[in-house]
Design a protein around this ligand. Structure first.
Ligand code: A3P
Length: 311
C-alpha cells in the first residue's frame, strides 16, 4: 500500500540536455561518479528500458529493444548455459540498472551492485552520459539497437504499462515526441549514433535486434566471442533456445512478472509483448510512415547504420 502510494509517473528533467525521469536526474552526481570494476559489462540500449553492467563489461541496450533478452543471454553465457543458476533472481537483480535509483519497490541499481561480485550489468544512458570510469576501466560494452519504428511501438506499449514512466499520450503525438527526442532517455537517433561512432575506438559490440531474431544462435556466439568465453556447440544452441521469446515469456525470472501490478500493469500490455520484427506495420498509417521516413533520412544522413525494419 505504502509502496503504491509513493509511486507516480515521474516527470522528465534534463541532464546535459537529455530528458531523464526526475528521480534519476536528482541522483545524477552519484550515478556519474560510479566506478565500475574493470570486469563489469555494460549493456546499453536506446530509449529507455534499461542499462545494465556486468563485470568489466558494459552492455548497452536501447530501451524496448532487447535489453532483457541480451541480459539473459549474457547471464547464461557467464553460467555455461545453466538455466537453474540463471533463475536465482529476477532480471533487474541479476543485472542491475546503473541509473535506476529506486522508485519503490525496485531497488537502486547502485545499491544492488555494491553487494554483487562483478561482472554486473548496467544501462539505457546515451553514450555521453555513461560515467567516464567505464571507459577508463575499459569495460566491455554491448550495445543493442532496434529499428526506430519497432523501437517506438514497443516503447509506447511499455510507457502505457509502466506506471513510473511519463504518460505516453495518444499514438499520433507519441510519434512527434519520439522524433523530437522528448521521451525519457532522449533522442533515439542520437543514442544509436552516439555508440555507433564510438564503437571501434571503445571496442563496443554493436548488435541489432533484427539480427538476433533472424539467427539467434549466430548472435549468441558473437556475444560469447566478444566476452572471451568458449562454450561447446551444444551449450550455445541451448542458450539460443532458452532465450527464445516463447521460453523467456514463461520464465518468471526473466519476464518481469516480479514487478507488482501497480508498477508494471501487464493487463494494459504484457512486458513480454510480441517480440517481433515489423510490428510497426500494425501501428503506423501510410501517411505517418511517409512523414517519419522523410524526417528519419534527414536525421540519419551522417551515418550508415544498417537498420532493417523487416526480416
Ligand atoms: P515488444 O514490445 O516489441 O514485444 P527491453 O528488454 O529493452 O525493455 O525490450 C523489450 C522488448 O524486447 C519487447 O518488445 C519484448 O517483447 C522484447 N523481448 C524480450 N525478450 C525477447 C526475446 N527473448 N526475443 C525477442 N524479443 C524479446
Amino acid at each position: 500500500e505504502r509502496a503504491s502510494s509513493s509511486l507516480y509517473r515521474f516527470p522528465l528533467l534534463p541532464v546535459r540536455g537529455i530528458p531523464l525521469m526526475n528521480h534519476i536526474a536528482n541522483s545524477w552526481d552519484t550515478i556519474w561518479a560510479f566506478r565500475p570494476d574493470p570486469s563489469d559489462i555494460l549493456i546499453a540500449t536506446p530509449q529507455s528500458r534499461k542499462v545494465y553492467l556486468y563485470k568489466s563489461e558494459l552492455i548497452c541496450v536501447p530501451g524496448t529493444l532487447g535489453t532483457t533478452w541480451t541480459q539473459e543471454i549474457v547471464d547464461l553465457l557467464l553460467h555455461n548455459g545453466d538455466a537453474d543458476a540463471c533463475k536465482r533472481a529476477p532480471t533487474p537483480e541479476r543485472s542491475p540498472f546503473l541509473e535506476i535509483v529506486s522508485p519503490p519497490p525496485i531497488l537502486s541499481g547502485i545499491d544492488l551492485m555494491k553487494n554483487m561480485d562483478p561482472p554486473r550489468i548496467i544501462t539505457h544512458l546515451p553514450f555521453q552520459l555513461v560515467p567516464p570510469a567505464f571507459w577508463e576501466n575499459k569495460c566491455k560494452t554491448i550495445y543493442v539497437a532496434r529499428n526506430a519504428k519497432d523501437n517506438m511501438v514497443s516503447y509506447y506499449h511499455f510507457d502505457c504499462m509502466n506506471k513510473t514512466q511519463p504518460e505516453p499520450g495518444p499514438w499520433e503525438g507519441y510519434i512527434s515526441k519520439f522524433m523530437r527526442g522528448e521521451l525519457a532517455w532522449g533522442s533515439w537517433y542520437d543514442h544509436v549514433k552516439g555508440y555507433w561512432k564510438e564503437r571501434e575506438k571503445r571496442n563496443i559490440l554493436y548488435l541489432f535486434y533484427e539480427d538476433m531474431k533472424e539467427n539467434p544462435r549466430r548472435e549468441v556466439e558473437r556475444i560469447m566471442n566478444y566476452l572471451d568465453l568458449s562454450l561447446s556447440d551444444e551449450v550455445i544452441s541451448r542458450i539460443a533456445e532458452l532465450t527464445s521469446f516463447e521460453i523467456m515469456k514463461e520464465n518468471p525470472m526473466a519476464n518481469y512478472s516480479c514487478i507488482p501490478t501497480h508498477v508494471f500493469d501487464n493487463s494494459v500490455s504484457p512486458f513480454m509483448r510480441k517480440g517481433q520484427v515489423g510490428d510497426w506495420r500494425n501501428h503506423f498509417t501510410p501517411e505517418q510512415s511517409k512523414m517519419f521516413a522523410e524526417d528519419y533520412d534527414k536525421k540519419m544522413k551522417d551515418v550508415n547504420i544498417p537498420f532493417r525494419t523487416l526480416i
